[in-house]
Ligand binder design. Structure first.
Ligand SMILES: Nc1ncnc2c1ncn2[C@@H]1O[C@H](COP(=O)(O)OP(=O)(O)OP(=O)(O)O)[C@@H](O)[C@H]1O
Length: 814
């Protein structure tokens, strides 16, 4: 150990001088893993060509070329390329969005430099730094431990072994395999219990995890249950369509049509009917959702959460810090029958010192002594350093002019499970503070009536006691029995205004809200009252184990449960919940690791915002599917119908390919950018078992495909003029009806301005259609001809008719 300290040129008590740390940081770089390098851009682009659908299309292009149809062949190739490029761009975008999220959740570490401890960004650690580890921390770098206190570490991130490993500073043979070095704490592992100190021996890429990272070096996947379901669906669809295409070609040939023409028709049928754009659209919609949530302070750690959020039916939330501001002020001290009121709000300890009776002073001293927090003035404002509950006790004591406490010798630290804390001071005096029932367990008596009165006002009540335990005796719970009761302190914690509104909004959205708290039942009920929550939605004095059981109970009742948490012991409940939500500021690294989503502002309102965005992601996915399925189906049906009926094709295969290539991107994909529906939180959650294709959706797909097919046949039949002219009118009717249907699929209340992509996509489509209709080279390539004003009137008229039929049919999109 001394060797390590000497080699790192540091000091085991005072740490590095800040100047040296700065210099090393400049020399060695930040303590961060190099940005993940996924497959290169070219590799990823090539990866797009592994899709079997693409193989079918490429085969079709070769076949068409061999049959002497170079134009058709090139258009098929163009479809393939456009789709591959779009897929490639979207995938890159989605991955960048996910990578950016990683950077949003920064981790911090407590480091001792120049003899004082301070919390710094983990990236600023350098070899030689002396790091303090606490329960719930993530080890920020590879550390050689110099001191431990019942330290237990979960090394599963490194070894895959999830049982916590006990650590201590005793030397071990250097020949021991890495995993067996019990005197080391490795970067990225989690402190599940105890604490300790260690000297940084490796940072960034030099750490053990950095080595693993280099070996693996792959990017996270953007797969979710929904994308898997969709992939399966489109595979099935692809085979059905291919089968139909082959049947159609055979029927045509049997009827005496030339083989070449039938092959081209079959290719167009398949290319038109297969919704190639679907995977890209899903990915981009999810990525947009993730980015929108991040902007509203909800960082998604696991992509499937985006989907599940939309169907959340129950949110279990913490009280302190999530529903309330966690800005504590002591309002009243009760000691020896005296009620002493404390004025002022916030953490300022200044002001007149009202003379406090002796019993009250002893109670205040206990609060100041049994305390790890402080208050400091920063930019003219007093702020809490450490636990706000304890900071409030510091303020209360200082307001009474109490500032000095005897030196502390040792302590029993506060944990949610223990619900009290004790500190022993020079001479053997021990101060205790904690939950009223816990302190009563030691003292035998507390002022229960007063405690109930204060809790009933929504105040957080702590009880205080004093004991005497000689320094030779070990400080345990047993030796504290018989402690002397000193009094109560009651503190106010105002509700967060946004949370008040958010709870109301959730209930309007059909989502049940339950408050889960470690606090006293009377306090919890009084606070719940402010939020309009009935008593049976309040679970007080809940232990982390009970949290897990609650989640399981709610899930068994059919709920999709979102659960917030911040402590080490909350991890199992967070993992078990459908959406585990960790606090970004107040939460431990262990909780964040277990969570699906991290709130960077710890605010309940953010859970609501995330649910809203989750619903909107679902809406947009549905919108895209509802738009794309009938348009694709109609593209295939136009050709299938003509072949089966033995009539002239109203739209040529090459024209179908053109429509397919231009509209899927210019029109369909714009739906992914639709703003969220203002009504999204005014309807009940979607049942999680809801299939992708509901009966209503299937009916709508059928209706719209029939309209498109009928419209193009009718246009072709009645347009007159040359066959090129008639087909051009039919193509324009088909595209115009697609545009009209796009408007049908928009969110009914969103303003057009909110999604500029949509009008831009429509404008682009119109320009492309004008080119197709009037540019001579396009006329030559695609067998089209200019059309007159009256034909445009027919085009617009039929599109408007299709729009009205869909609106009037009132087939809901979901
Ligand atoms: N620093 C502390 N020292 C001693 N006792 C404490 C301290 N903080 C809280 N307590 C006591 O322990 C109880 C539980 O606190 P805990 O922090 O687990 O829950 P909570 O923050 O009130 O609830 P939640 O955050 O789940 O809404 C409190 O009601 C209080 O009586």
């Amino acid at each position: 150990m001394d060797e390590v300290v000497r080699l790192a040129r540091t000091d085991a008590a005072a740490g590095l001088p800040a100047r040296v740390a700065r210099q090393r940081l400049a020399d060695l770089g930040p303590n961060a893993l190099p940005a993940r390098r996924g497959p290169g851009a070219v590799r990823r682009l090539l990866g797009q060509f592994t899709n079997p659908l693409i193989h079918v299309l490429l085969g079709a292009a070769v076949l068409t070329f061999a049959l002497g149809e170079p134009v058709d062949a090139s258009v098929v190739l163009a479809v393939v390329l456009v789709n591959a490029i779009i897929g490639h761009l979207q995938e890159g975008r989605a991955e960048r969005a996910l990578d950016a999220l990683v950077a949003m959740v920064t981790t911090t570490a407590v480091v001792v430099r120049d003899g004082t401890a301070a919390r710094v960004d983990s990236a600023d650690l350098v070899p030689g730094d002396l790091v303090v580890l606490e329960e719930g921390d993530r080890v920020p770098a590879d550390l050689r431990l110099v001191r431990t206190r019942e330290l237990r570490v979960d090394e599963s991130s490194l070894t895959g072994e999830s049982d916590p490993v006990a650590k201590d500073p005793a030397p071990v043979p250097t020949t021991a395999p890495t995993a067996d070095r019990t005197n080391m704490a490795y970067s990225s592992t989690l402190v599940t219990g105890g604490g300790g100190r260690g000297v940084v021996v490796a940072t960034g890429a030099d750490t053990e995890i950095g080595r693993v990272h280099r070996l693996v070096g792959t990017t996270g996947s953007v797969r979710t249950p929904l994308t898997r379901k969709l992939a399966k669906f489109s595979r099935l669809l692809t085979w059905v369509i291919l089968g139909l295409a082959v049947v159609a070609a055979i029927v045509g040939v049997l009827r005496g049509e030339p083989l070449g023409a039938m092959v081209t028709a079959a290719v167009a049928l398949a290319v038109g009917a297969i919704p190639e754009g679907l995977p890209a659209a899903v990915t981009i919609t999810l990525a947009i959702g993730v980015a929108r949530m991040a902007r509203r302070h909800a960082v998604v750690r696991r992509l499937p959460a985006v989907e599940t959020l939309g169907s959340t039916t129950l949110i279990c939330t913490d009280k302190t810090g999530t529903l309330t501001a966690n800005a504590m002020t002591v309002r009243e001290v009760v000691a020896d029958g005296v009620r002493w009121r404390v004025d002022g709000v916030g953490y300022s300890p200044l002001g007149p010192h009202p003379a406090a009776p002796r019993a009250v002073r002893e109670c205040l001293l206990a609060g100041l002594a049994c305390n790890d927090a402080d208050v400091v003035e920063r930019d003219g404002r007093w702020v809490a350093v450490g636990d706000p509950t304890e900071a409030a006790l510091v303020v209360a004591a200082r307001k009474a002019g109490i500032t000095d406490v005897p030196d502390r010798v040792d302590e029993l630290p506060f944990t949610s499970r223990r619900r009290f804390m004790a500190t022993r001071h020079r001479g053997g005096v021990v101060y205790l503070k904690g939950a009223v029932e816990r302190i009563a367990g030691f003292t035998g008596t507390v002022d229960h009536a007063e405690a109930e009165r204060l809790a009933g006002q929504g105040l957080r009540v702590l009880a205080f006691a004093r004991a005497h335990v000689p320094e030779e005796l070990e400080l345990t719970e047993d030796v504290l029995r018989g402690a002397e009761y000193l009094g109560l302190q009651a503190m106010h914690d105002p509700p967060r205004p946004e949370a008040l509104e958010a709870v109301r909004a959730c209930r309007e959205a059909g989502i049940e809200v339950r408050m889960i708290t470690g606090d006293h039942p009377a306090t919890a009920r009084a606070v719940a009252d402010r939020f309009g929550l009935p008593d049976d939605a309040v679970h007080a004095r809940v232990s982390p184990e009970e949290k897990l059981r609650l989640v399981e109970r709610f899930q068994a009742a059919g709920h999709v449960v979102a659960m917030t948490g911040d402590g080490v012991n909350d991890a199992p409940a967070l993992r078990r919940a459908d959406i585990g939500v960790a606090m970004g500021r107040g939460g431990t690294e262990v909780a964040k690791e277990a969570a699906d989503m991290v709130l960077t502002d710890d605010d309940f309102a953010t859970v609501r915002a995330a649910v809203e965005e989750g619903r909107s992601v679902f809406d947009n996915l549905r919108r895209f599917i509802v738009w794309t399925l009938p348009t694709n189906m109609a593209e295939g049906l136009v050709i299938l119908t003509a072949i089966l009926l033995g009539t002239a094709l109203p739209i040529l295969p090459v024209q179908i390919l053109w429509i397919n290539m231009t509209t899927a991107v210019a029109l369909g994909l714009t739906l992914a950018f639709e703003p969220r529906d203002p009504d999204a939180m005014r309807r009940p959650p979607l049942p999680p078992s809801l299939p992708l294709l509901t009966g209503a959706l299937v009916r709508r797909v059928l209706l719209v495909s029939l309209l498109l097919v009928a419209g193009s046949f009718a246009a072709f039949e009645f347009a007159g003029g040359t066959v090129e002219h008639a087909r051009t009118v039919a193509v324009n009717v088909f595209v115009a009806a697609q545009i009209a249907y796009l408007v049908n699929c928009r969110s009914p209340r969103a303003r057009l301005r909110a999604n500029p992509w949509l009008p831009a996509g429509i404008a682009l489509t119109v320009v492309l259609q004008l080119l197709l209709t009037y540019a001579p080279f396009m006329n030559a390539l695609f067998h089209t001809a200019p059309i007159g004003l009256s034909s445009w009137a027919v085009v617009v008229g039929l599109a408007a008719l299709a729009y009205s039929v869909v609106e009037l049919a009132e087939v809901p999109a979901s």
